[in-house]
Design a binder for this molecule. Structure first.
Ligand SMILES: *Cc1c(COP(=O)(O)O)cnc(C)c1O
Length: 636
């Protein structure tokens, strides 16, 4: 195995000869390109303005010294005068006698690019080049080098790293530092003996002056040794905190490191607020400007979320029954709208009974954990939705994950598990990431032959699959699973989950399903809007047909651009592969006016990142054709 070398990557940026910013990393060779890019980006985006000269230097660090980060303490003060007095006091405590005079020296250090090196007792200036001063350089926090993790722009960690190196330099008895950032008034005094003492106010806000003073005590002939350590010795600092926590509070550090790793892997997620109701188009903030974009990422497939009949029902129910339900379904949380919706769902699905949950997620968790417990076995398709996976985990049952859609493997593994008390097979009806459909007739036959419970999650099937949107049973014209799970939050444009089946099973769920028993019932507005949406769907089956026609049209357009995709539902996946590329493609599409989701690990497997397009019945052919063309341009 060849050894991985480390490199020091150093960036200095200036404008008209004036220093703008500087930073450095020590990283292993595999991370050098990323470090160079990150530092270049940092130089170009500095708030002090854009530089006209960026110098990035990559060199072997030579022998490395590892140091433990100085402990951090915070001194709260309210004025700059108070802060400077506190700094002088701390220096005095550290054995530096002429502290006030040293603080006065600060005025001169402001114009310097490096630090002032001063004899702690005689206050004589010791740096060979007084214009330039002394620079502490060649250092980094340990995890950057060891874990290959970039802390990004963590000024605090960088400050502690620098102070730690300086405090450990031969002959240095202390350091005083004030930032040159006009908006940043916090400074510090540091020494090996007192650690890193943050002082919350060291200058007036708006003052661009800052600088540092290194205090030296020792023979003159050793000054050179001190400077060599500061400027040439490579140092790795272990345990530098990324935020100024109180002493001992390092718990946030691990969190910051993990977030950095997520960021680096292209897996960071954040919320984007829509500035309008959902619909085939919506208003979003794109790079700071409000724009109306075509939404190809919403599960509101039939455009019911903003339908006046649906929103009107929610408003009326809020007035009639209140906003919240005030209790779990088994206490005070059942009102006529809840009972009416359960009856309507059962009728729509052709089942004896239905049970409502606050979300589809809770419905899956509730059903799987109620049907299976310790000693039982759950058989779960490898591409099942996260809520099914979580239900399996919470159930305490043994879990057998079978290959996606492989009914032969399912049959074999069911047969092998015969002796077990209860066997439950659970599958998405429409798989939420690939948009393909479960072969329900075969699935049911395998379950029946092995006397196993069959559970099918129709979250993406309800309102989409089957001529009138009733789901897989309608599509295949076959029998029913023991339990059908669904949600009101997708094609029905509302909110809440459900399970339905025979009365005996639903009664069992009411007694055994913990998310039903121990969580507040959804409020009447959500419930009434769900029922109104179901009524619209029953009255207007043309919406389902329009959706299907749009999907077929969109697939045809993609094929015309040689983009491979297929779908049996409203979900069209275009596989991109690399996580960062998928995110870049989605960003490019947004700038072109199309909101499309980049789906990444852990939602799908690593390296199987994709653009996931959700088609709506209300999209126009023009919108879909333009979207397909844009995907061909940006996605591939
Ligand atoms: C969205 C989804 C759920 C969860 O439904 P919510 O109502 O959003 O909680 C469950 N299963 C599948 C397959 C889904 O796609």
């Amino acid at each position: 195995m060849s050894e991985v070398r480390e490199f020091c990557v150093k960036m200095r940026a200036s404008r008209c000869g004036e220093h703008v910013s500087g930073a450095e990393r020590i990283v292993d060779e595999r991370l050098v390109p990323r470090a160079v890019a990150a530092l270049a980006e940092r130089a170009l985006s500095h708030e002090k303005g854009s530089p006209d000269f960026i110098n990035i230097k990559v060199e072997e660090p030579g022998e490395m010294v590892r140091l433990k980060a100085l402990a951090v303490a915070t001194n709260e003060v309210s004025t700059a005068v108070e802060g400077r007095a506190r700094a002088a006091q701390l220096l005095a405590e550290a054995g530096v006698g002429r502290a006030n005079e040293i603080m006065a020296l600060f005025r001169e250090s402001y114009s310097m690019r490096g630090a002032m090196l001063v004899d702690a007792d005689t206050l004589e200036r010791l740096e060979p080049d007084r214009e330039r001063g002394v620079r502490a350089t060649r250092m980094d926090a340990a995890d950057t080098a060891v874990c290959g993790v970039f802390r990004g722009k963590n000024h605090f960690a960088e400050a502690v790293v620098l102070a730690t190196k300086v405090a450990n330099a031969p002959g240095i008895v202390g350091e005083v530092c004030v930032s040159d950032d006009p908006g940043y008034v916090t400074g510090y005094v540091a020494a090996k003996s007192m650690g890193y003492q943050r002082i919350t106010v060291m200058k007036e806000s708006g003052d661009p002056c800052g600088g540092r003073i290194f205090l030296y005590r020792g023979p003159r002939e050793d000054v050179e040794k001190c400077i060599r350590f500061l400027e040439r010795q490579s140092v790795i600092v272990e345990g530098a905190p990324s935020a100024p926590n109180a002493p001992g509070e390092v718990r946030l550090d691990g969190i910051a490191r993990e977030l950095d790793a997520i960021e680096q892997a292209g897996l960071s997620r954040s919320c984007r607020a829509l500035r309008s109701p959902t619909g085939p188009t919506a208003r979003v903030d794109v790079d700071g400007a409000m724009r109306d974009v075509v939404v190809l990422a919403s599960n509101d497939y039939l455009d019911l979320a903003r339908d006046p009949r649906v929103t009107g029902a929610a408003a009326a129910a809020a007035h009639a029954w209140g906003a919240g339900s005030g209790g779990s379904r088994l206490t005070t949380g059942t009102q006529p709208p809840h009972e009416a919706l359960e009856r309507r769902i059962a009728a729509f699905k052709g089942e004896e009974a239905a049970i409502l949950y606050a979300t589809g997620y809770m419905a899956n968790v509730g059903v799987v954990t109620a049907l299976a417990g310790k000693g039982d076995v759950v058989f779960s398709d490898e591409l099942n939705h996260a809520s099914i996976i979580d239900g399996c985990r919470l159930s305490g049952a043994d879990v057998v994950v079978y290959r996606h859609g492989d009914m032969d493997e399912l049959a074999r593994r069911l047969a092998a598990a015969r002796a077990c008390r209860r066997r439950v097979v659970v599958s998405d009806g429409v798989f939420s990431m690939d948009g393909d459909i479960l072969d329900l007739p075969r699935f049911l036959a395998v379950c029946r032959a092995n006397d196993a419970f069959s559970v099918v999650d129709e979250a993406h099937a309800t309102g989409v699959v089957g001529r009138t949107g009733r789901g897989l049973v309608e599509h295949f014209g076959c029998g029913h699973p023991d339990v059908t799970v669904g949600t009101l939050s997708k094609a029905l444009g509302s909110e809440g989950g459900f399970a339905c089946g025979a009365e005996i099973i639903v009664k069992y769920l009411r007694n055994r399903s913990r998310p039903f028993v121990f969580s507040t019932a959804p409020g009447a507005p959500a419930v009434a809007s769900g029922e109104a949406a179901l009524a619209v769907l029953e009255a207007e089956p043309w919406r389902v047909a329009a959706l299907r026609e749009n999907v077929a049209f969109f697939l045809g357009e993609l094929a015309g651009h040689d983009v491979a995709a297929r779908s049996e539902s409203a979900i069209v996946s275009v596989i991109v592969g690399d996580e960062r590329r998928a995110v870049k493609a989605a960003e490019a599409l947004l700038r072109e006016g199309f909101l499309v989701s980049a789906i990444r690990y852990p939602t799908v497997a690593r390296g199987a990142a994709r653009l996931r397009v959700a088609v709506m019945s209300a999209h126009t052919k023009e919108q879909l054709a333009a979207a397909a063309a844009a995907i061909a341009r940006c996605g591939m």
